[in-house]
Design a binder for this molecule. Structure first.
Ligand code: ADP
Ligand code: MG
Length: 245
C-alpha cells in the first residue's frame, strides 16, 4: 500500500481545511486557431480555512478553475497542490481518493436519476461502508438544513431545479470535506433560500475550518467570503480581502 501518498478516504471525522496552491496553471480547450485559453498562467495560494469567492462574467474561466482544482479537468501546464499533494502528477488511484475526499457542487448538479434524494446524498460515501454507516444519521439533519426534510425518498426528477441544487449541496457536505468546491451553488435558488443555505451550511463548514472555493454571481454569497478573486479571460485580475465581518 502507498497510503501515505494518498489523501485520506472519506470518513466522518472533521477534515482539516486544506491549502490550495496553483502555480503557472494553464488550460486551453480546442486546437490551434480555435483554442480558447480558459486558464491563463494562474498562480494563486489559498490558505487553509479561508472562504474564497470566484467572481467574473460568464465564460471567464470560473468553472474551469474549480474543475482543475477538483481534478475533473487536467491542466495543460503548471502545478496544483492541495494539502501537500500535487494533483497534476498524482496517479489515478490517488486522484480517485482525492476526488472522493472533496465536496463538489456542480453547476448542473449531476444527481443520479435512479437514486432517491437520500441515496444521492450518501453516494460519495458508498465506497466506504464504515463512513456510510456513520453518516446515515446526518442525512436527515442535512436535508432539514437545506429545507428538504420529508423528500428523502423522492427521485431527482420529482424535484424542482432549486431543490435538486440543494440535494447537490447536501451531497457535497455529507463527508465533511476539508475542501468544498462549489460552482454557482445558489444560482437556482431565490435569494432568501440562497441566504439560508449559506447561513446554515457554508458558514458552519467555514467555522469548522474547511476551505471553501465558490464560483458565484451572488453578491450576498461573495460578501460572506474572506477573499474575492475576480476572473477575466482565464486570469485572476483582482484579489481582494473584504474586512472581516
Ligand atoms: P465560467 O464558469 O466563468 O462561465 P468556464 O470555465 O465555463 O467559464 O469557461 C471558460 C472558457 O472556456 C469559455 O470560453 C468556455 O466556452 C470554454 N470552455 C469551458 N469548458 C470547455 C470545454 N469542455 N470545451 C470547450 N470549451 C470549454
Ligand atoms: Mg461556470
Amino acid at each position: 500500500m502507498t497510503e501515505h501518498t494518498t489523501p485520506r478516504p472519506p470518513d466522518t471525522a472533521d477534515r482539516p481545511g486544506l491549502d490550495v496552491e496553483l502555480s503557472g496553471v494553464r488550460k486551453a480547450f480546442g486546437t490551434r486557431e480555435a483554442a480558447i485559453t480558459a486558464a491563463d498562467d494562474v498562480s494563486l495560494r489559498i490558505e487553509p480555512g479561508s472562504t474564497v469567492a470566484l467572481v467574473g462574467p460568464s465564460g471567464s474561466g470560473k468553472s474551469t478553475l474549480l474543475h482543475l482544482v477538483g481534478a475533473i479537468e487536467q491542466a495543460d501546464a503548471g502545478t496544483i497542490t492541495v494539502g501537500g499533494t500535487d494533483i497534476t502528477t498524482a496517479n489515478r488511484r490517488a486522484l480517485a481518493a482525492y476526488r472522493r475526499s472533496l465536496g463538489f457542487v456542480f453547476q448542473r448538479f449531476h444527481l443520479l436519476p435512479a437514486l432517491t434524494v437520500r441515496d444521492n446524498v450518501l453516494a460519495p460515501l458508498l465506497p466506504d461502508r464504515k463512513a456510510l454507516k456513520e453518516a446515515l444519521p446526518r442525512v436527515h439533519d442535512l436535508l432539514t438544513a437545506v429545507g428538504l426534510d420529508g423528500r428523502a425518498d423522492a427521485l431527482p426528477a420529482q424535484l424542482s431545479g432549486g431543490q435538486q441544487q440543494r440535494v447537490a449541496i447536501a451531497r457535497a457536505l455529507i463527508g465533511r470535506p476539508g475542501l468544498l468546491l462549489a460552482d454557482e451553488p445558489t444560482g437556482n435558488l431565490d435569494s432568501a433560500t440562497g441566504e439560508r443555505i449559506v447561513a446554515e451550511l457554508v458558514d458552519p463548514a467555514h467555522r469548522r475550518g474547511a476551505t471553501l472555493l465558490i464560483a458565484t454571481h451572488d453578491p450576498a454569497l461573495a460578501a460572506r467570503c474572506s477573499r474575492i478573486l475576480r476572473v477575466r479571460d482565464g486570469r485572476i485580475v483582482e484579489d481582494t480581502r473584504p474586512d472581516a465581518h
